[in-house]
Design a protein around this ligand. Structure first.
Ligand code: ZN
Length: 404
């Protein structure tokens, strides 16, 4: 396929994923339509295709309200939280020390300030789980409050561009919670010790989702595993995060449909990178236990195709020959530069298994991760995508695979 057609194909896939479907939260209908779309194209392009069923939790809310007498405050149901309809004494807590010394049983706890400064890792999240977070969760669970209100400020490096962000986004944490802006939390502080009413009309719904995996090439050789997550956070069409990555997989399926190299190429659409359960990633690790040694290289695409700047390939633990091939690809592609190291993506799971890895992303995004307001918001739509960058990523990866 020539470049013009490749760019057109990229645009077609991206319009389907971001505009016809939009949000692709794990467990949602849009997510299943997206994996179905991939499966169909993989099969049509002659790949040996399988889908892996995942038991996941979908989640919905009809909104939340917080009131003291006739005064009301703007709150939002924390994603994946249970709902509630409770009345109780408001108790404000701004540090772990004060939480340790407070009797919060049956209270409605307001977490604000330092204790609410960064999103808390989901209880059972396998890839990142700081001890302070686990300690906070255990203090809250032991304390048995009726519900939790969290007041959060802007923190784009940890929660994307979302403000306010849910401090808890965890379908395994069973204390109902809502979140609000830090400025709204300051107003609420005046009512510390008063009896407030909190209602959150949120429900968890057991649902299904799928990983889609397809393979081509010789079974005898080592595998090249190309990955991209297909899920989005709630409330975003996820263009850069990560419809562009999925689109690169779709372009590769077509560009490599006659691949007959001595490697096995495996394309994986993961379901769960932006989901508390990381269900698809865990499933893949389980399925590949004892077989990560067969992986020659992981190429993970996440955050690619941003409108400003070039694409970047960040390398992790490459052996000499793969490093040389990657350098050649970078040198011969106008649109690709070597990227800084970053770890907030699915390549990390391969790195943790000692596999060499390359993360494909946008140079601008990696450099501005901590001060952009696009990720995980409605601003992550097709207006921030450059289709040519997406096509160039696919070309770069095909060139690399053919050279290995
Ligand atoms: Zn992502």
């Amino acid at each position: 396929m020539d470049k013009t057609n490749l760019v057109k194909e990229a645009e077609k896939h991206l319009k389907f994923l971001c505009e016809e479907i939009g949000e692709r939260r794990v467990g949602g209908e849009g997510n299943r339509r997206s994996t179905e779309y991939l499966k169909t194209i993989f099969i049509e392009s002659g790949w040996n295709t399988e889908e892996t069923l995942l038991q996941v939790m979908d989640w919905k809310t009809n909104g939340a309200t917080l009131t003291y007498e006739d005064r009301s405050f703007e709150v939002f149901s924390s994603h994946y939280s249970l709902g509630c309809n409770v009345k109780g004494e408001l108790m404000a807590v701004d540090s772990i020390e004060s939480l340790e010394h407070s009797d919060i049983e049956n209270k409605i706890v307001l977490l604000y300030g330092k204790i609410a400064s960064e999103q808390i890792a989901p209880k059972n999240f396998p890839f990142w789980n700081p001890e302070e977070h686990q300690y906070l969760v255990s203090l809250l669970e032991k304390g048995k409050p009726q519900a939790i209100i969290t007041a959060t400020e802007r923190n784009s490096s940890l929660a994307g561009g979302v403000y306010p962000f849910p401090l808890f986004e965890d379908g395994d944490f069973d204390i109902p919670s809502v979140f609000m802006k830090d400025t709204e939390g300051e107003k609420l502080l005046t009512y510390d010790g008063k009896r407030v009413s909190l209602m959150s009309e949120a429900v968890r719904i057991p649902e299904t989702a799928y990983n889609v995996i397809c393979r081509k090439g010789s079974n005898a050789g080592k595998r090249i595993v190309v990955t991209a997550h297909i899920d989005t956070k709630i409330g975003t069409p996820g263009a850069i995060d990560n419809a562009t990555g999925v689109t690169v997989l779709l372009l590769l399926a077509d560009m490599l449909k006659n691949y007959q190299g001595n490697r096995q190429v495996e394309l994986v659409a993961f379901n769960g990178e932006d989901y508390y359960g990381a269900t698809g990633q865990r499933k893949y690790i389980q399925q590949n236990e004892g077989r990560f040694g067969d992986i020659l290289l992981n190429i993970n695409i996440d955050g690619a195709g941003y409108k400003d700047g070039l694409s970047c390939f960040s390398v992790f633990g490459l052996p000499k020959d793969i490093e040389a091939a990657t350098e050649w690809v970078i040198e011969t592609s106008d649109g690709i530069v070597e990227g800084l190291p970053w770890y907030q993506g699915d390549h990390s799971l391969f790195i943790q298994q000692n596999c060499p890895a390359i993360a494909v992303s946008s140079d601008w995004f990696i450099r501005n991760m901590g001060n952009q307001e696009i990720t995980h918001t409605s601003k992550d739509n097709l207006s921030v995508v450059n289709y040519e960058r997406v096509a160039e990523c696919a070309e770069g990866i095909v060139n690399l695979i053919n050279r290995l």
